[in-house]
Design a protein around this ligand. Structure first.
Ligand code: FES
Ligand code: FES
Length: 157
C-alpha cells in the first residue's frame, strides 16, 4: 500500500508527511520526525516506554497508528523543556534520583505530566496508579514516586 499524506501536530509544530498507513505513532515520531526521546521497547503496549500525550491523555504510542493521531495535540518529551530550561518534572527527577539508565524516563515523565495536569495534588496511591503502566528495570520506583510527589508538594506544574 502506498504512503498517504498526513499532518501531525507535535509539540505545537505542524508536520506534513507521507507515511504508510500502518505505521505506528512511535515509529513516525522516531524515524520520520527524528524525535527519538520517545522510546520503543516492547512494541505491544506493555512497558510504557513509548508514552506520549494525545490531547493531554497518556497513551502508548506503539498502539496508535500515526494516521489516527491526526487532528490531535501530540506532546512528547522533546516538548517538555523550555529551551535549555528543564520542565519542573524533569528537574525533580534529576533532584530526587528518579532515573538511572534513563530508558523509561521519557515515558515516566509524560505519564507524570498527564497526572499532574489533571490532578495537581495526587495522593500516593493516585501517583502509583498513574505510572503503573510504565516499567522501570533500574530504580525500584520509589525515587520516581518521590520525584512526582515532590512536584505536587510544591504546588504542581
Ligand atoms: S513500546 Fe509501547 S508500551 Fe512498550
Ligand atoms: S531508569 Fe532504567 S529503566 Fe528506568
Amino acid at each position: 500500500m502506498n504512503a498517504v499524506d498526513m499532518e501531525l501536530k507535535v509539540n505545537g509544530i505542524n508536520y506534513k508527511l507521507q507515511v504508510k498507513p500502518w505505521r505506528t505513532l512511535v515509529e513516525v515520531l522516531r524515524e520520520e520526525l527524528g524525535l527519538t526521546g520517545t522510546k520503543k521497547a516492547c512494541n505491544e503496549g506493555e512497558c510504557g516506554a513509548c508514552t506520549v500525550l494525545l490531547d493531554g491523555r497518556s497513551v502508548s504510542s506503539c498502539l496508535v497508528l500515526a494516521v489516527d493521531a491526526q487532528g490531535k495535540d501530540i506532546q512528547t518529551i522533546e516538548g517538555m523543556s523550555d529551551g535549555s530550561k528543564l520542565h519542573p518534572i524533569q528537574e525533580s527527577f534529576l533532584k530526587h534520583g528518579g532515573l538511572q539508565c534513563g530508558f523509561c524516563t521519557p515515558g515516566m515523565i509524560m505519564s507524570a505530566k498527564a497526572l499532574l495536569d489533571e490532578n495537581p495534588k495526587p495522593t500516593l496511591a493516585q501517583t502509583r496508579k498513574a505510572i503503573s503502566g510504565n516499567l522501570c528495570r533500574c530504580t525500584g520506583y520509589q525515587h520516581i514516586i518521590d520525584s512526582i510527589m515532590a512536584v505536587a508538594e510544591k504546588g504542581g506544574i
